[in-house]
Design a protein around this ligand. Sequence first.
Ligand SMILES: Cc1ncc(COP(=O)(O)O)c(C=O)c1O
Length: 492
Amino acid sequence: MSPSAVADLALQGQEPAASHSKAIRPSNGHSNSNGTKPTTKRTEFLLDRNLHKSFPLVVGGKGNLLYLADGRTVFDATSGAAVSCLGHGNPRVIEAISNQIKTGVPYLCSSFWSSEIVEELCKELINSTQGKMKRVYLIGSGSEAIEAAIKLARQYFYESDPNSPRVNIIARESSYHGNTIGALGVSGHVARRAPYEPFLMDNVHHVSACYAYRQRKDGESDASFVARKAAELEAKFQELGPETVIGFVCEPVVGAALGCVPSVPGYLRAMRDVCHKHGALFILDEVMSGMGRCGTLHAWQEEDVAPDLQTIGKGLGGGYQPIAAVLISSKIVNALLNGSGQFVHGHTYQAMPVQAAAALEVQKIQREENMLQNVQTQGAYLEMCLKARVGNHPNVGDIRGKGLFWGLEFVKDKATKEPFDPRLAVAQRVHDTAISAQFNMTMYPGTGTADGYAGDHVILAPTYICTKADIDHIVDVVEGVVNQVFQKMAGL
Ligand SMILES: Cc1ncc(COP(=O)(O)O)c(C=O)c1O
């Protein structure tokens, strides 16, 4: 980033960084709906994501901050799991949801009806692709979106030939596409697949990820690296028989599995070309990296590589409603129009007006307030500060990302990139330290980064409303946490 750009950032209106640690709690004191003070005790009736841990109770949120029942205020530097892009408690979104509920139709059966708000959301989404995608399939979660995308991809070929030999999907190692059996089958996330391997589809095949930090050869240019990846995909098509391949699925920027690893420039286009050469579909999973997270509304827009099918989620509804979608290009829509006219799929909770009301308002706010500009500006500042403050740390192997989506990969040895022993649970230590009462900030941990088993990273994914002062706070905490965790580990 140029010095003038840094100066520009400094001129933007900021609140003092000190306000983060002394955040003002809302005056209502977060009473429960029955007026009693919130309890700090857990009931032990919820099957937590980890039964060996006790997750604190959150009683409220505002902007970047979460308020805990034990009195703490935590800075949400990850927007949950890269979800709450507008921050917490946005009054416009809350009002839009409430107004929709008051119409009496938060839910409608999507086999019988549509509604104005759903139509408006779909128009907003299609317009955001400059017409490169033609229809929207609304659904409740990212995993459901991937399930729908792979079924729609298969049906695209089935429409013209019920005996179509196209039954294989190519996806990538070190990827995460969701936890339902189909979505997990597409994923290349070793740890999440392990218990369910016997259930998972055997018609999904994996090629390597596009992971420059660990895969680029000495002196290898972007073009040569991309050519190597395209050759690998081509070889996989040949191995399976090109006429058997439905399509190739990838995340433009790998989220949970690798920690914000962007595609090397030219990669997406090269992979799409291989798919199209063989009449197969190019499918992008933008559930985590899309909807503005990487600085363009759709990650593919940076290099204008529109896919045939695209999944979105997380930032679509910004956490105000569970909503995700598949964006569908004209060739697939036309195959349905010219064929059965019916996607053989569906869920009870799909295209719900209340989901659409939330997502539409989130998208309108983002557009009207030009938040993509803020994602780009604060993202560039975050990159610069992270690299300056922890880039030289001996255990920070790589800092990579885009927009407001940044990953730090930790290594035992910076020169050899040797990962830590997984038993040391380094990423979890970093997360636990960050979220402790000493630092009060979220950092999203991930493991298996190096080879599926070993390797540690954390993700930072601040809200799109974050300011320069917020970034300064995040980087102060990151530096403090990283120094403390590795100093303690050195003393073990
Ligand atoms: C790229 C990607 N695809 C799909 C999913 C699954 O989404 P969900 O958890 O909403 O089912 C995720 C979740 O993290 C994701 O990151």
